[in-house]
Design a protein around this ligand. Structure first.
Ligand SMILES: [Zn+2]
Ligand SMILES: [Zn+2]
Length: 422
């Protein structure tokens, strides 16, 4: 306990000795329960408190709260002006890095919303996403890789240059931002997001969104720290929105025709060919042909015959979200949402996230359901993850698919094998 009595404030080499000044860091570090958050709130009302004071390792109270996974305390400290990008830590860690290491996606999002910079690196040159990946916190990696601040989108809701009309009506910014932030890039999921958003019902609204997405894609490529991944995501989402627009223009108000096209499986094995071709086509249309990302994607997908693995979706999803699709958990057959737990009661071979998704899929699943029921019940297969030593950055993954075929997906790893510890 005593070591905290002489909290040094590194910047000014000042020493905080009064009880009030050290009480907040003490609370954060030792026993944050609900009562402590209240006590901290009362203390913080006193503006003498140095919210960004450092302990002997250069950690701020916010870093401690983040690392301990105390969301309420994090929120409180941020409200009182805690610096989310402070990196006086001895190894250059930031609050976002601690969030990624902790595996808490809610706190990771909170740090990003508070303006955490994604590109800051620790003392061995690793970003928060790389550190999270290193310790296997893939959900946090996904959250970081998919972050796009609302402020960057809101720029388009204000008139630019001589044009008095903003490019994006203010009412569309929220729904579009929700789509941009999705970590599930399954085209069915995106079409469902569009379908369920009244503000996007009009084809002209979708047209506006597409124009903004095109500019955002360009911006991601031209900014100083070029972000190919985010540019590809913007481009891909634009393609899906544009598809929705085209179907809506043909009076398909509910987008049911598009959803059915994306889900319809071929007669032989239920493989959704239209969806596969659509995603391949989106990738091919990426306007920056010279980028490494595009070339990597094309190399992974082009040699694969349609219907075999890896699917274009698996490859793209891995590239955009940093997550290896299908490593763990059950994905909804319809929308690709993780954690689906509703099995088809007849064949028990496919899972859905909701009754609505099951209903949407039935028109095509019913053709396969019978033959899946006839199959011998197979022993519970668990996905295996095997690292190929000495073969570059390749992970080989085998998984059982919906129809029992065993498939192999090769995906390149988005982080270095090197140690990212201090
Ligand atoms: Zn679903
Ligand atoms: Zn079934």
């Amino acid at each position: 306990m005593y070591r905290f009595i002489f909290l040094t404030v590194k910047m000014g080499s000042l020493v905080d000795v009064t009880f009030k000044l050290i009480r907040v860091p003490l609370i954060v570090q030792h026993c944050p329960c609900a009562g402590d958050v209240q006590e901290a709130a009362q203390l913080l009302a006193n503006n003498e408190i140095r919210i960004n004071c450092l302990d002997e390792n250069g950690m701020t109270p916010l870093m401690h709260a983040v690392y301990k996974g105390k969301a309420d305390m994090c929120r409180l400290l941020l409200q009182h002006g805690a610096d989310v990008n402070c990196n006086q830590h001895e190894y250059g860690y930031t609050a976002l890095m601690f969030a990624g290491l902790s595996g808490k996606t809610d706190i990771t999002s909170m740090m990003l919303d508070a303006g955490a910079e994604i590109d800051l690196v620790n003392s061995v040159g690793r970003t928060a996403a790389q550190m999270a990946a290193f310790v296997g916190q893939h959900d946090c990696v996904t959250v970081i890789n998919n972050f796009f601040s609302r402020a960057r989108l809101d720029i388009y809701t204000r008139p630019q240059g001589v044009d008095p009309e903003p490019m994006l009506p203010a009412g569309l910014a929220g729904p579009l931002h929700k789509i941009i932030m999705t970590t599930n890039i399954n085209p069915v999921k995106i079409v469902l997001l569009v379908r369920d958003e009244p503000a996007l019902a009009d084809p002209s609204a979708l047209q506006r969104c597409c124009q903004v997405m095109e500019l955002l894609c360009e911006q991601c490529m031209q900014q100083q720290d070029m972000n190919e991944v985010l540019a590809m995501k913007m481009h891909y989402l634009k393609c899906v929105l544009n598809k929705c627009r085209a179907f809506r223009q043909n009076k398909d108000d509910q987008l049911e025709t598009l959803l059915r096209s994306l889900l319809r499986g071929r007669d032989t094995d239920g493989f959704p060919q239209y969806q596969e071709r659509f995603i391949r086509d989106c990738i091919k249309k990426f306007p920056y042909c010279e980028t490494n990302l595009l070339q990597q994607l094309v190399r992974s997908i082009a040699p694969v015959e349609i219907g075999n693995d890896p699917t274009a979706f698996a490859v793209l999803s891995q590239a955009l979200t940093g997550q290896m699709a299908f490593v763990e958990g059950d994905y909804c057959m319809t929308c690709g949402e993780k954690g689906a737990d509703k099995k088809c009661s007849l064949c028990k071979s496919v899972v859905y996230c909701s009754l609505a998704c099951q209903k949407l899929h039935w028109f095509t699943h019913k053709k396969m359901c019978g033959s899946l029921q006839d199959q011998e019940p197979k022993p519970q297969e668990t996905p295996r993850l095997k690292e190929l030593k000495g073969k570059g950055n390749l992970l080989q993954l085998s998984r059982p698919t919906s129809n029992g075929r065993k498939t192999v997906t090769s995906t390149s790893r988005d982080h270095s094998e090197e140690d990212c510890r201090e």
